[in-house]
Design a protein around this ligand. Structure first.
Ligand code: Z16
Length: 818
């Protein structure tokens, strides 16, 4: 019988200290009592890892004993950030570690800062995967994440003369205490080559002779749940050259060169592609996708076969969630494994495959849907392409019976895009082979049903589900805003909200209580001081902590409209300049803070970064403006930076043109930390408003359904004078670099298209901002709104999201330690 180990490491001060000091000596080979902050971080991390390993092992013996249905989350991105604080908070030993370290002469807060972010993702999609793992572990679901162990994560951003520079993020430089290499868990992943068809007693079999084989090695990263022993696994694959030489190169007799050419194999997992959502059709990217799914599926099949002698029960034991279309080639890979390696027939293989995969779509733009050139697949994955053809053949036969004469519809449905250059449409493959496809917010769900995947929805409405995203309150409140979390616990009289976020509703009772308001605003102010100190370090600027901190941090994209924010700031600057001294006294002081990375090849996004700096240079040094308005760009925005900035924000901006953000999750992090939201009626802004009430938010502008018409009206549209004046200032060179900014200005007043409707939305944006100013002056009302904002966020925990996936898509049960 399974029983929790009784020899768990102890968590009293002395045991923790001994453990840390031992690691310093035996793991790091430092002297017992002389190590610096970084070494202390490492030794501490190793000691925490020991505790994670105990839990991990116990969790996995329980799994092996009970053999429950498991969930496998397949994702090209896991944007984990740091692990130390999150781990000790989740396993409930933060206080003990802080004490133990203090006595050794170290400050936990400083050690935490020594850790490099694991930035194995671009933005929302990758961070969602990370929050999901936290919730899966916390809710005791038998789950694994599968991803790639990129050696270079998201690039580091520096700013030179206001321009973005990209630097490689070689994050493993100083080792990674959080991973466990599994030298024996390796699988071959095959590429290129050719397929032979053999007739074997009345049955055709296909033999694929690959041209390249790369070995995938497993690295396990334990993910502890909060308030449970359950510790799940994030298994990341790294490529290493296989031990065998391909016959061709070997037969040349050039042994040394044959070995050297194998090194290329390692590049498969070396770098994360930093362009979120523009798919570039690069062969290496497709190889990464195949590498992820092939190694993961082989691993899952092996684990299944440890317990089962045939595949009948596979769908009762396995659920794969595909994070976007990136891992969808896994459908063809599972078919290949079942057909060619397990020798199942087509019908059986297809039945199994269509029962185990489900797919999450995160996209709005049809251009973002991946399609791979047929030629590329033919060359790289000859056997997979055969399988995809056959899937499409049967699918098209079925469709012809339904829509025989509607050729246009048939060609839209087909997995193969016809034309001079043929493509394989990965989203169509997903829709045909997955039992469920889900959108990530209510509005996104409506959009995919009525537009993006309408043809498929017409046929198979039962496949479509809505799963609004969330975020984990463990990282985004307990870890990053400990003081506010303590205050909430005090007023609710329980810390159960860390597992049941709905309990935050209890704060509504006290939102008007002067005592809570005062304590609440005090915590918020001290968070702001912490950020102000950081701003001073990076920029030298001294910002006024009592000014409104107005924040927009996220990837830089035209659709997210950081440009609208900047235009608003210039307008505000212009107004202040033209005011009398008397009027200036009435201005509500603001510190505008922006941060985010532009995709390296996205020129207009890079222009926006430069513009932010150019405007900042001007107004930060203008004595007429003084403390009334500051503009700060925080370089190298990442998960850890978000943890610092979010708790210190008074308002945050989420300005995507309605109908363009699939969901958005940053807004949820801000709202649950009591930061008020200025936003468009887009993505999850709308759902947040339903929860908080419109009186506690500043939403503005048109709804998604009005956008198509507004776009057609653009030709005759003339933006308001204030808007034109600001654009004129940029064009005239008030902020220098006039020529460099022209293409950016052209997007909003050039051929008159202004696709993202900045001009149209500008007046309502200013109204929203005026309402913000007015509200900020009423300190009591502001405090109440802030508390009500947090109170209304119960829905936006990934715990809620994950329960919905588990019950409505995966059909899995939690497995608890007794
Ligand atoms: C991404 O982060 C998202 C979508 C996408 O197609 C590609 C990437 Cl890298 C984001 C969405 O933009 C965002 O609205 C959503 O909240 C997030 O995915 C998680 O669903």
């Amino acid at each position: 019988m399974y029983k929790l180990m009784d020899q768990y490491l102890k968590n009293d001060t002395f045991s923790i200290q001994k453990n840390i000091v031992d690691h310093s000596e035996y793991t790091l080979a430092r002297s017992r009592f002389r190590f610096d902050d970084f070494e202390a971080y490492q030794a501490t991390a190793y000691s925490v890892r020991d505790r994670l390993i105990e839990r991990w092992n116990d969790t996995h013996s329980l799994m092996r004993e009970k053999d429950p249905k498991r969930i496998y989350y397949l994702s090209m991105e896991f944007l984990m950030g740091r692990s130390l604080l999150n781990s000790i908070v989740n396993i409930g030993v933060k206080g003990q570690y802080a004490d133990a370290l203090k006595q050794l002469g170290f400050d936990l807060e400083i050690l935490v800062e020594q850790e490099r972010d694991a930035a194995l993702g671009n933005g929302g999609l990758g961070r969602l995967a990370a929050c999901f793992l936290d919730s899966l572990a916390t809710l005791d679901y038998p789950a694994w994440g599968y991803g790639l162990r990129y050696e270079y994560g998201m690039f580091r951003q520096t700013i030179q003369d206001g321009f973005q520079l990209e630097h490689p993020d070689y994050w493993l430089n100083f080792g990674n205490p959080w991973e466990i290499q599994r030298v024996h868990t390796t699988y071959p992943v095959k590429f290129y080559g050719h397929v032979d068809e053999i007739q074997e007693n009345n049955k055709k079999t296909y033999i694929w002779t690959p041209g390249e084989t790369v070995e995938a090695v497993a690295y396990d990263n334990p993910i502890p749940g909060y308030g449970t022993k359950n510790t799940i696994n994030l298994r990341l694959w790294a490529a290493k050259p296989s031990g065998e030489l391909e016959l061709d190169s070997f037969s040349t007799g050039d042994y040394v060169n044959a070995v050297l050419s194998k090194q290329r194999a390692e590049t498969i997992s070396s770098i994360l592609y930093p362009d979120d959502r523009t798919y570039q059709g690069k062969e290496l990217r497709l190889k990464q996708q195949v590498f992820l799914v092939s190694a993961s599926l082989q691993d899952v099949v092996r684990r299944y076969k440890d317990f089962h002698s045939d595949f009948a029960a596979f769908p009762q034991k396995v659920a794969f969630q595909l994070n976007d279309t990136h891992p969808i080639i896994g459908v063809a890979e599972l078919m290949r494994i079942l057909l060619d390696e397990e020798k199942l027939d087509w019908v059986k293989s297809w039945e199994i495959t269509t029962k185990v995969f489900s797919f999450t779509n995160h996209a709005i733009l049809p251009e973002a849907l991946e399609k791979w050139p047929l030629e590329l697949l033919e060359n790289l994955l000859p056997r997979h392409l055969q399988i995809i053809y056959r899937i499409n053949f049967y699918f098209m036969e079925e469709m012809k019976k339904k829509f025989g004469d509607d050729l246009v519809r048939l060609s839209r449905l087909s997995i193969i895009e016809e034309g001079e250059k043929k493509n394989v449409r990965m989203a169509n493959l997903a829709l045909v082979s997955c039992h469920t496809v889900n959108g990530v917010s209510k509005s996104h769900f409506e959009f995919i049903k009525s537009s993006l995947f309408k043809d498929f929805h017409d046929m198979w409405p039962h496949k479509f589900q809505c799963k609004t995203n969330g975020v984990t309150q463990r990282r985004w409140m307990a870890c990053s805003n400990p003081d506010l979390s303590q205050l909430i616990t005090k007023w609710l009289g329980t810390e159960a909200w860390l597992k049941e976020l709905d309990l935050l509703l209890g704060l509504r009772l006290h939102a008007n209580d002067y005592n809570l308001q005062e304590q609440w605003m005090k915590v918020r102010r001290s968070n702001k001081s912490r950020l102000a100190a950081y701003i001073q370090i990076i920029s030298g600027a001294k910002v006024n902590v009592d000014a409104m901190f107005d924040v927009q941090i996220k990837r830089i994209h035209e659709y997210k409209r950081q440009f609208l924010n900047v235009i608003g700031i210039i307008h505000r600057y212009d107004c202040i300049k033209n005011m009398t001294a008397e009027d200036r006294k009435k201005v509500v002081p603001r510190v505008c803070i922006l941060g985010g990375k532009a995709p390296p090849g996205y020129e207009n996004a890079k222009r926006i970064i430069k513009l932010i700096h150019a405007v900042g240079d001007k107004l930060n040094n203008d004595p007429d403006v003084g403390d009334l308005l500051k503009l700060i760009f925080i370089p190298d925005y990442n998960v850890s930076m978000a943890e610092l900035v979010i708790p210190a924000s008074d308002i945050s901006q989420h300005l995507s043109t309605a109908g363009s953000e699939a969901c958005g999750t940053g807004n949820m992090k801000f709202a649950m930390n009591g930061c008020l939201i200025v936003g468009t009626k887009d993505g999850s802004n709308v759902e947040i408003q339903e929860e908080l009430g419109s009186e506690n938010m500043f939403l503005f502008g048109p709804s998604a359904e009005d956008i198509p018409e507004l776009r057609t009206e653009q030709k005759d549209f003339q933006p308001v004078l204030e808007f034109r004046r600001v654009v004129g200032m940029i064009r005239k060179g008030v902020f220098g670099n006039a020529e460099y900014f022209q293409p950016l200005c052209d997007t909003i007043d050039g051929a008159g298209d202004d696709y993202y409707l900045l001009g149209h939305d500008f007046p309502s944006y200013l109204e929203a901002q005026a309402a913000v100013d007015k509200a900020f002056v009423d300190k009591k009302r502001w405090a109440e709104m802030s508390i009500l904002s947090t109170a209304g966020c119960g829905q936006f925990s990934t715990d809620r999201t994950i329960r919905e996936y588990a019950e409505e898509i995966w059909n899995v049960e939690p497995l608890r330690h007794s």
